[in-house]
Design a protein around this ligand. Sequence first.
Ligand code: F6R
Length: 251
Amino acid sequence: MPKVPAFHIFPSAKAASTALADEISQLIRSREAEERPTVLGLATGNTPIQLYAELVRLHEEGLSFRNVVTFNLDEYIGISRENPESYWQFMHSHLFDRIDIVPENIHIPESTVLSKNLESYCSSYERQITEAGGIDLQVLGIGRNGHIGFNEPGASPEVATHATELNSVTIDDAAQAFGGATHVPRRAITMGVKTILTARRITLLAFGTGKAGIVERALTPGITAKVPATYLQSHHDTTFFLDQEAGAQLA
Ligand code: F6R
């Protein structure tokens, strides 16, 4: 039965990020008490920066990531890890270099897989998620076009990790960071909607006026491939963490 995700509107992006960081730290601590690892699915982009800053702060106060395994949602194809815009760089500078996570427990899709190996690489990424026990908590952002990960408008809910073409809105949104739209990679590897929906809990962060319209659409009953975030309506435990601006069009 489709179920529109729950949402909370916080006074600020910082308050929303702190609330999600608290939820993640409680999850890590409770699973550690059971001597089980915590498997997190992670996003990049502007939106989760404050979340990662808060997790770093909690680490400085004693939260350990030794028992945490992470899987990133996506990565551009065709740029090196060293490229400042790679998601590998993003994750290491905002989070991984600043906490005690075991490097072998970090999984980020490889940006340099040869075309002929992409399919088997994506299957192996999917297999690693399964072997880790599946994702306990997935962090998502949302694109202005309703994408989650790089599952762009038109994406099927049946597809797991795969290589995909970026949508023109996504390319425009990345243009500034890459010094112009022509420099933005055209392809990426992304967890599929199918992968995302297998997470036991899904959390989506959205901040700012620019996200208000798409957040309202994602939370309006009705699942459509035109707005991939509406697939979250078929998940049993999804919560949107919003600031006032992103939640402004919700009743
Ligand atoms: C990033 C990702 C994307 C972003 C989305 C929002 O790993 O999967 O779906 O979450 O494009 O990006 P920002 O946060 O920059 O607005």
